[in-house]
Design a protein around this ligand. Structure first.
Ligand code: PLP
Length: 373
């Protein structure tokens, strides 16, 4: 059966060059990076070269990049340390954040009794920046945690604006850039961001590896205790091959960005045009969306809603209804719940997310199968 993978916001296939790089590191650089002999030093060199590569593409210092097992881990660590060690008494976030942020904030609220303020999501998926400005005018030690690109709708938030507001009001800014790293340029010399988190498997790298950017002079406390790895902030023997794979994946993403972005933008437009021809009442959820995510509300009856993902799966098509972690769940998406009317929420919304590996033929197949449902 034909397999069509249109769920690239959930995870991406690994590039062949990344796999080759990881195999080479596993074969040759098997030393423990903490060992002082040459085999250990060679593994350490792989890690430090990878760190420099990542820093180069993000325009920051290599020392500001800390490797973690995932973006979820990085977010947990940063927010917890902000509350415990920086004396943060309030978190401003929004209900459209990934659960990695939402559930961490909830746990910190329960544990430390901090104040949590949620910014309003407007019906087009954007955030209310005036409300952010109002919230920030209160004199209370704050960290703002807002994402760059929403993983369900693709709505892009204005990092420059949020960062400037935060810094004018002496608040820290943590940003979940999981969906945008490797897919758009981010210049950390210009952007007023204190912390960001990323995950390799979203940019054609391996799973189980990510990183945090922690701006110079911000000293976090460790989440784990043990060895001296990662400045003592993240103890545990480093996963050398995954780190090397992540750096290679980021390098390839940025080296090919211009071409791949054009190609994917064209695919997304093609997909929406074909869907509009087939279902004239189709609507896109969210405006100002990122070029690789298309979230559409299909004019199907509510009875078809529960069956739609199953039917697509039976035909070999992988798309998503909500965020990856919710696929298969019968709960409505917590992001769409913030944006859509009760009535629209009952209709099927599909998240179709693209990569440069997709083709127009695959999109024709998706539309054909949807028409048959
Ligand atoms: N943040 C966003 C926006 C995501 O899309 C995801 C992954 O689904 C995460 C965080 C979690 O990333 P990880 O898989 O590295 O824990």
């Amino acid at each position: 059966m034909q397999k069509v993978y249109l769920d690239n916001a959930a995870t991406t296939p690994i590039r062949q060059e990344v796999i080759a790089e990881m195999i080479s590191v596993m074969q040759s650089d098997y030393g423990n990076p903490s060992s002082t002999h040459s085999i250990g030093r060679s593994a350490k060199a792989v890690i430090e070269t990878s760190r420099k590569t990542i820093a180069k593409y993000l325009h920051c210092n290599a020392q500001e990049i800390i490797f973690t097992s995932s973006a979820t881990e990085a977010t947990n660590w940063i927010l917890r340390s902000a509350v415990k060690d920086f004396g943060v008494k309030r978190i401003i976030t929004s209900k459209q954040e990934h659960h990695a942020t939402l559930y961490t904030v909830q746990a910190l609220q329960e544990e430390f009794g901090i104040q949590v303020d949620f910014l309003k999501t407007l019906p087009d998926g954007s955030l209310d920046y005036n409300q952010l400005s109002d919230f920030l005018s209160a004199d209370i030690k704050t960290i703002v945690s807002l994402m760059h690109v929403n993983n369900e709708t693709g709505v892009v938030h204005n990092l420059e604006k949020i960062g400037v507001l935060c810094h004018q009001n002496k608040a820290l800014f943590h940003c979940d850039t999981v969906q945008s790293i490797g897919k758009t340029e981010l210049d950390l010399q210009q952007l007023p961001i204190d912390f960001l988190v990323a995950s390799a498997h979203k940019f054609h790298g391996p799973k189980g590896i990510g990183f945090a950017f922690v701006r110079k002079n911000l000293v976090l406390q460790p989440m784990f205790f043990g060895g001296e790895q990662e400045k003592g902030w993240r103890a545990g023997t480093e996963s050398v091959h995954q780190i090397a794979g992540m750096a290679k994946a980021l390098q390839l993403s940025y080296d090919n960005l211009a071409n791949e972005r054009d190609y994917i933008t064209d695919l997304k437009n093609y997909c929406f045009d074909r869907l509009s021809e087939a279902f004239p009442a189709v609507k896109q959820n969210g405006t100002d969306t990122f070029y690789n995510i298309l979230n559409v509300l299909l004019p199907f009856s509510p009875e078809k809603t529960t069956m739609i993902l199953f039917n697509l799966d039976m035909k070999g098509i992988a798309v998503s209804r909500g965020s990856a972690c919710q696929s298969g769940s019968i709960k409505p998406s917590h992001v769409l719940a913030e944006m859509l009317s009760e009535e629209d929420l009952k209709k099927p919304s599909l998240r179709i997310s693209f990569s440069h590996f997709n083709t127009k033929t695959e999109i024709d197949y998706l539309v054909k199968v949807l028409k048959e449902i």
